[in-house]
Structure formats: C-alpha cells, structure tokens
Design a protein around this ligand. Structure first.
Ligand SMILES: N[C@@H](CCC(=O)N[C@@H](CS)C(=O)NCC(=O)O)C(=O)O
Length: 218
C-alpha cells in the first residue's frame, strides 16, 4: 500500500507525478492549507512540520519532496529516472534536485507575502522586490540551461519532476516572456502522459485567486 498526503497544486504534486512516471498506484489523502487539517496529531506523526508531501511506502513514512523523489528514483531504479553514484551526470542531477528547493522556497516566501499574510500584517515591499528578483534569477539560470537541451540533463529524469513543478507557480510572480526556452520546456513536461495522469488526480488548488500578483507599492 502506498499513501500520499497531498495538497492540490503544492509540492506534493511532485510525488504524485513521480508515482505516475513509475506506474505506482497510491491512495491520496487530500488536505487544505490553512484549515488546520495539517496540524492534526496523526498528520504531525507522519510529517512533523505539518507539511506535505508525506508518503507512506515500503513500511515507512517519509517527508520532504526531494527526499521522496530521490528515494523513488533509487528504489525503482529500473525506470531510469535517477542518476546513480558513478553516473557522469550524478553531480548535476543532485544539484538540480536541490536547486528546486532554493527556487521553491522563494515562491513560498512570495506566497506568504502575497496570499497568506492577513491584515493588519503588511508585506515588506523591499523584501517582495528582492525575493521576486531572486526568483527571476533562478529562472534565468534554468533558461540558459534549457536553451540547448530538452530536459535538465538531456533525457528526462527525476530532476525535471522536482524543478519542472515550480514552473506552474513561478509565473504567478514573474512575467515569463523573457524565458521562451522555459515555456517550451513546460509544454514538453505538460505533454507527458504521467503528468497528465497526475493532473487528473491532483484536485483544484484554492490559494491562488489571480493569474499574476503585481507588487503593489502602496
Ligand atoms: N521542503 C519541503 C517543503 C514542504 C512544504 O512547505 N509544503 C507546503 C506546501 S507546498 C506545505 O505543506 N505547507 C503547509 C503549511 O505551511 O502549513 C518539501 O519539499 O517537501
């Protein structure tokens, strides 16, 4: 039995997508951010910071999307989505897996400032500007990489699941026109049957209520 603890359109989508790439069936338990469901004791027993994803698999419960994606790639190695020790792309593979969370933590900070902060609390405009510029810089780095290859390491890998997922959230905060290679890459990922299957199981997100969030300097 595999059970995924999931919030639609959140980082747990990476695991949902990865499970589909591997052809693994899972029960999905869905939560919402902000309704307290992620703070229930039985959830905290699986994921102590009350965050998703958590994955029950192989007789254990794992949290941290990067660790789970890497674990799945390693333990289901026949699918070829990992880059094992000794593989020439091993270093760049690990770098991409971890860079995904550098980028996602910038998106998370922007989510907090733009969406989750409630009056009378007010976001800091300089912090918003710096965080947005940093997110843009990470997108620029990926754009340069993907100008001359179809996927981060050439062929599709688990690193694309980790980083590719971010491309559905980053455009809420950064205009994507300067990043045509990223747009084409996102289209390639979206066309994967496993991505389509994961989207069908994902559920509707309920935190973004705008296509794009401007920094309102008021
Ligand atoms: N580094 C962690 C971050 C997990 C995380 O922050 N997940 C968010 C959703 S994207 C969450 O569960 N937030 C719930 C909350 O902050 O209450 C991972 O990659 O799994």
């Amino acid at each position: 039995m595999i059970r995924l603890h999931h919030v639609p359109a959140s980082r747990s989508f990476r695991v949902l997508w990865m499970l589909e790439e591997l052809g693994l069936e899972a029960e999905i338990v869905t939560y919402a951010i902000g309704d307290g469901s992620l703070r229930a004791p039985e959830v905290l027993a699986l994921t102590p910071a009350g965050r998703v994803p958590a994955l029950e698999i192989d007789g254990q419960a794992l949290f941290e999307s990067g660790a789970i994606v890497e674990y799945l790639a390693e333990t289901r190695a026949e699918a070829g989505l990992g880059r094992p020790v000794g593989h020439p792309d091993r270093g760049r593979y690990l770098q991409c897996l971890h860079f995904a969370e550098t980028q996602a933590s910038l998106i998370e900070n922007l989510n907090l400032s733009h969406i989750f902060l409630r009056p009378p609390a007010r976001p800091s405009i300089p912090v918003l500007k710096i965080t947005t510029a940093r997110l843009k810089a990470t997108l620029g780095a990926l754009e340069r990489l993907l100008e001359w290859r179809d996927h981060l390491l050439g062929d599709f890998s688990a690193a694309d699941v980790m980083l590719g997922f971010n491309l559905w959230a980053a455009p809420r905060y950064v205009r994507m026109a300067p990043f045509p290679a990223l747009a084409a890459y996102r289209d390639r990922l979206a066309a994967r049957p496993a991505f389509v299957a994961a989207r069908a199981k994902d559920g509707e997100q309920d935190f973004y209520d705008r296509e794009f969030y401007e920094i309102l300097d008021v």
